[in-house]
Design a protein around this ligand. Sequence first.
Ligand SMILES: NC(=O)c1ccc[n+]([C@@H]2O[C@H](COP(=O)([O-])OP(=O)(O)OC[C@H]3O[C@@H](n4cnc5c(N)ncnc54)[C@H](O)[C@@H]3O)[C@@H](O)[C@H]2O)c1
Length: 344
Amino acid sequence: MARLLLTGGAGFIGSHTALVLLEAGHEVVVLDDFRNSSPKALERVQELSGRSLDLVAGSLGDPATLERAFGGGLYSRGGAIDAVIHFAGLKAVGESVRHPLLYWDVNVNGSRLLLEAMDRAGCRTIVFSSSATLYGMPERTPIVETDAVRPINPYGHSKAAVERMLADLCETGADWRVASLRYFNPVGAHPSGRIGEDPEGIPNNLFPFVSQVAVGRRPELQVFGSDWPTHDGTGMRDYIHVMDLAEGHRAALDTLLREPPQLLTLNLGSGRGHSVLDVVRAFEIASGRSVPYRLVDRRPGDAAETVADPSLAAERLGWRTSRSLEDICRDGWAWQQANPSGYR
Ligand SMILES: NC(=O)c1ccc[n+]([C@@H]2O[C@H](COP(=O)([O-])OP(=O)(O)OC[C@H]3O[C@@H](n4cnc5c(N)ncnc54)[C@H](O)[C@@H]3O)[C@@H](O)[C@H]2O)c1
């Protein structure tokens, strides 16, 4: 059992991972300023697991918040942090193009401040939320970890910069244990329908958009590009159920804490691609609702197909995905139906 700090632990992926870690018997401390999440997610995580977690409410950019997280002793049980899972950050590609300095500040500077606080506290084990976005326009698919890192937007650059910072720390000989996990497309929800993704405003990603159309919150889905070289002309992505992803974090932590200090850089994906229209059809079957859509032009910067080769994660972590597109749609729909306005 370890005492774990989850930055951004109230968010979509963080809340599901907090649940999996509590159920595995770990102690969980969440640091979050709720800029893109709700404290209700944490209430529900505690209700589902039957266990309590500690909360340090505040921002990564605030030194006093970091001080409290690493042993200021203000939270109930106290004790040293054994490892950090670093989810906190901004993730909207379009926003990053409009406000690049915000992304360099929150994602890169925020990570630097966190790593400094960890170093001061003598905690040198971290799992970092990286992204397949850093591969940019991949030359081939499935993508392996040694393929070129060539981000095409500030969000992707911020993830690549933090990966670089972590790799540099591993070169210092100070026994850092680091896993940079490059997520493909995290979707779905906990099967209870009690926690799930709750995007503010118009969703940036396909799944929340499709479920909001199915539930009647939005009139139709726009499908960007119908002339890609794929089986039905629409773009293909590797969708990973958020519970598979949460279990991948537990496996990465177990590996880091068990093995000698190392740097792991791993794709977390299913290894299978589904087109936009595959998703629409699977969602219609799961929900029993129709999802009206309109085919429009391609968006600049999109790729035809982005699919992970997840074999290195299978080899190093003994982990692979076990949930299907049907499971993703069923669980995502259960969440959407029970919470049509998210946590609000
Ligand atoms: N969801 C995806 O499609 C996806 C894909 C690849 C990588 N990622 C990465 O995974 C991580 C988690 O993503 P998510 O989908 O759960 O996002 P999310 O927005 O739901 O969660 C992020 C959490 O961090 C918090 N936060 C943000 N900045 C903070 C700060 N400076 N201080 C304290 N708290 C802060 C937010 O309030 C939120 O609770 C992010 O780093 C994201 O870039 C996400």
